[in-house]
Ligand binder design. Structure first.
Ligand code: HEM
Length: 164
């Protein structure tokens, strides 16, 4: 089917579709912005900026995940694109996808939980309070989950759509 999401219409010189290329690149931006947001709260005490950066990042990520899922399920046959990879026949690409999914599925749920709880428990304007330690625990887990989602996603992208 010829559409924006059609196969082999990616913009990187790989076998990735538009969506695969886009998410591959966008995850670099997500990790950098999240890192800056955490540094702002940790070293500069810019609580409100941290709050809004995290909320916007969460919403953008949710929209990206939905677009990605729609593309993978209805428009792009990723297996066809990954087949020329030397790692495909042995099942390594599939294994890397399962490892990726082990992080990519729980992480958005954790993000929703962390954001909803933080909005509910911190005052407005945002200030540290008795909820701080609990937030730090779950939020660090959420940040680690996002980083692992990105790293394992990059590995999957390389094994499936770059290696030849
Ligand atoms: C998934 C989204 C979020 C992530 C990953 C995240 C991440 C973090 C991390 C890692 C820290 C600890 C920084 C340190 O080491 O000192 C932190 C602190 C903090 N965050 Fe978030 N955060 C998120 C959402 C929010 C939201 C929505 C709010 C406000 C409504 C918020 C308010 C705070 C506050 C007030 C602190 C400082 C706590 C203190 O030091 O007492 N965070 N966040």
């Amino acid at each position: 089917m010829l559409s924006l999401f059609a196969q082999n219409y990616g913009f990187l010189p790989t076998r990735g579709s538009v969506m695969l290329d886009f998410v591959f690149l966008a995850m670099f931006g997500v990790i950098v912005i999240m890192g800056v947001s955490i540094a702002l709260v940790r070293f500069r005490r810019m609580y409100n900026l941290h709050k809004w950066v995290q909320i916007i990042l969460g919403v953008v990520l949710l929209l990206a995940v939905i677009a990605f899922e729609v593309d993978m399920r209805f428009f792009t046959n990723w297996r066809e694109l990954a087949e020329p990879s030397p790692y495909y026949a042995s099942g390594t690409v599939d294994t890397s996808l399962y490892i990726h999914l082990a992080f990519a599925i729980p992480t958005p749920l954790l993000w929703i939980y962390v954001i909803v709880m933080a909005i509910g428990k911190f005052p407005s304007p945002v200030m540290p309070n008795s909820y701080s330690n609990t937030h730090k625990f779950w939020a660090r887990l959420a940040a680690i989950g996002m980083t692992m989602t990105a790293v394992t996603g990059w590995v999957f992208y390389y094994l499936g759509f770059v290696a030849s």
